[in-house]
Design a protein around this ligand. Structure first.
Ligand SMILES: Nc1nc2c(c(=O)[nH]1)N[C@H]1C(S)=C(S)[C@@H](COP(=O)(O)OP(=O)(O)OC[C@H]3O[C@@H](n4cnc5c(N)ncnc54)[C@H](O)[C@@H]3O)O[C@H]1N2
Ligand code: MOO
Length: 388
């Protein structure tokens, strides 16, 4: 059986074709740049005031007020030694300004200005180009656009941006026992929840699941469902029916659709019967049906591929080490991703580690990785994958 590292390497090493598109500022959040963004002017583009107060020429405690500059004014005022101008935050600094004094530390009386103390040269002046120089690389290709990134790109005057397209994701859940939430539940049935969790997990990381289907455990129905989904999907995610039971048809149905297996079964808990395949430029994950298994496999395996297909610099969940707040013994012989909660700089492994148990994952915010049959002592640093 494959190790986790081997499985992740197979995903990482996939050759992918990236395509680009031009998106408006309003619609580029979470997309990754397909080219560097370069500043076409100095930022700020003119010396300006960081405070509401007075622009001063020379170092003194008394000045003569000769005028006023408001933000957005184009005309250039010029000061002489001993002169001051009323100025406001963001307004263009008059020529020959030595410093700006905030108004709380100044007193105006008619045209006379008195300061509590002498200004320091350059005080409260935002210098032309102090943040960025014209021609400077602001963001490199692959940068994933954040809200602040949108602000930065907009402040450079760009209303559009070249980004990598994100993959089209389709989802299929399988199982005769599954009932859609909101409907009566016959005996022996359970509510279908994986699709909701997986669609939400996609959305949490900026990916859209375009289409989702629920199919019963019928080989022909699953085969046809996969065929139809693969017509539009770039990434097809299936949940359930990938183990070895008599009603687990997914693997064979994928084969008969020409999907080539890249790996099947990973020595891990949860998510041992994880399948990854490819057909041309289309990728398929068949996630084990247990709710915690499917979501855990999404975070650890599907997310890295989604990032890769989006040209992102990110490669998966953020990883940190934290001291564990209690002793813990991993009884499973398989390396494990354990549902956990990071709080106040410590991590706690939660009760409810069964592959079918989702409440602990919902109450937590991390997966702790521990080797099979290993233990961690209170205070020991353990590897944590943070879930947002
Ligand atoms: N003989 C063996 N049996 C099993 C093995 C094995 O190695 N040998 N592996 C076990 C492990 S580990 C896992 S994980 C599961 C995975 O099985 P499948 O991927 O075939 O999943 P299903 O059997 O369809 O479902 C498993 C479980 O999850 C529930 N489920 C399925 N889909 C959903 C859904 N959309 N929403 C909510 N819950 C869902 C389903 O009812 C089952 O209880 O196989 C073990 N068996
Ligand atoms: O690998 Mo399964 O997800 O342990 O139950």
């Amino acid at each position: 059986m494959l190790t986790i590292e081997e499985a992740l390497k197979i995903i990482k090493d996939q050759q992918v074709t990236l395509t680009t598109e031009n998106r408006s500022l309003r619609e580029c959040l979470g997309f990754s740049l397909s080219e560097d963004i370069i500043s076409s002017f100095d930022m700020p583009s003119f010396d300006n005031s960081a405070m509401d107060g007075y622009a001063l020429c020379g170092i003194s405690k008394e000045y003569q007020i000769i005028g006023e500059v408001a933000a957005g004014e184009e005309r250039q005022l010029t000061l002489k030694e001993g002169e001051a101008a009323r100025i406001f935050t963001g307004a263009k600094i008059p020529e020959n300004t030595t410093a700006v004094m905030m108004q709380e530390k100044a007193r105006a009386s008619g045209k006379k200005l008195f300061l509590e103390q002498e200004p320091k040269k350059g005080q409260s002046i935002r210098q032309k180009g102090e943040e960025l120089k014209k021609g400077q690389v602001v963001f490199e290709k692959g940068y994933t656009i954040t809200p602040a990134g949108i602000g930065m790109i907009g402040s450079l005057g760009n209303d559009k941006v070249e980004v990598f397209k994100k993959p089209v994701i389709n989802l299929i859940t399988t199982g005769n026992e599954l009932v859609k939430p909101g409907n009566p539940r016959p005996e022996g049935h359970i509510y279908e929840s994986n699709s909701y969790a997986l669609v939400a997990a996609c959305e949490n990381y900026g990916f859209i699941c375009e289409d989702k289907k629920q199919i019963e455990d019928d080989f022909e129905a699953i085969k046809t469902g996969i065929k139809n989904s693969l017509e539009t999907a770039e990434v097809l995610v299936l949940s359930g029916g990938i183990s070895v039971g008599d009603y687990d048809f997914v693997k064979q149905a994928l084969e008969e659709n020409g999907v080539e297996e890249q790996f099947y079964k990973v020595f891990q808990k949860p998510g041992k019967p994880l399948y990854f395949g490819r057909k041309g430029d289309k990728f398929v994950f068949a996630l084990p049906g247990n709710p915690a298994s499917s979501l855990s496999c999404f975070y650890i395996y599907v997310l890295p591929l989604l990032y890769k297909l989006s040209g992102s610099e990110k490669s998966g969940l953020a990883q940190y080490t934290f001291p564990i707040s209690h002793n813990y013994e991993n009884k499973s012989d398989r390396p494990s991703f354990l549902k956990a909660k990071v709080n106040n700089g410590k991590v706690e492994i939660l009760d409810g580690q069964g592959s079918s148990m989702i409440q602990s994952m919902a109450l937590g915010n991390a997966l702790v990785f521990l080797d099979g049959e290993s233990s961690a002592k209170k205070g020991e640093l353990v590897q944590c994958f943070l879930i947002s």
